[in-house]
Design a protein around this ligand. Sequence first.
Ligand code: 6CS
Length: 313
Amino acid sequence: DTWRYAFEEAMDEVQGKFAQKFKEEVEANSDHEIQLFPFGTLGESADIMEQAQSGILQFVDQSPGFTGALIPEAQVFFVPYLLPADQDQLVKFFRESKTIHELFPPLYADQGLQLLTMFPEGEVMMTTTSAVQAPADLDEVKFRVMTNPLLVSSYQSFGATPTPLPWGEVYGALQTGIIQGQENPAFFIESTKMYEVTDYITRTGHNNFTTAVMANLDFYEGLSDEDKKVVQDAIAAAFDYIIDYQTGLTEESLKKIMEAKPSMTITTLSEEQRRPFIDTAPAVEEEFLKIGGPKAQEILDQMKADLAAVSGD
Ligand code: 6CS
């Protein structure tokens, strides 16, 4: 059979690399073919999710940043400073987390989706048209966020005016001055040329970009055990590959940005400068418990237990 797989990025960006590895593995180990649909070919994130839920697509990569309305619990990934900054701990969390491997799958299944994996895409950084060193610098800054209510709350707590937009509108909105900032991992800031329409990159250390790969549930449940294994093995291989692929990627991407635009200012906030941003976390966590759906408390508690288990203290 031919299986259709859509994702939110270009072929040579992280989600595309993951998808290409998945395709390679499935095709090497079965008679099935994977047809890949990068960003823009079938619409925005919200569109590809609908297509996966209705079975037009067999596979979809949609980030929790866009899954807020569907699975409110997935907003937990937008509590700032919750995920570890340390890459080894982060990867261990994604590999071993009970939240991801046991608690989230039934919530995705309720929406007609088989959750196959979640993986990190890199440290999230702010790119803005003016310098950011403190929450006060975000005052009056219309800051684009993904269409996720908790991410909106988080940026409100940071002092900005959050503006949720689908990805396709971000470059133009920065260019025309409708917004003055956005956040994303370095590889994406580089590949999508966000540096052309902003002048400052600020490393606040508040998050790592999480994404999720899913299959249409009826399609997945209809697969033979052998095919399910092909899919699971391909996901596992692609996970290992994408973690490896990201080694050094952040620094390389920042270097490319500086080469392309030497006037760009990249600032890593000190622990002291981060303090006021870190101090917003408890309020955002409380908001998550209010808007994060019926399982919010259970998800947050388990997530903290999972994180403690990988933190080594
Ligand atoms: O900010 C966004 O909307 C996009 N960022 C990344 C890193 N991937 C896909 C997503 O659409």
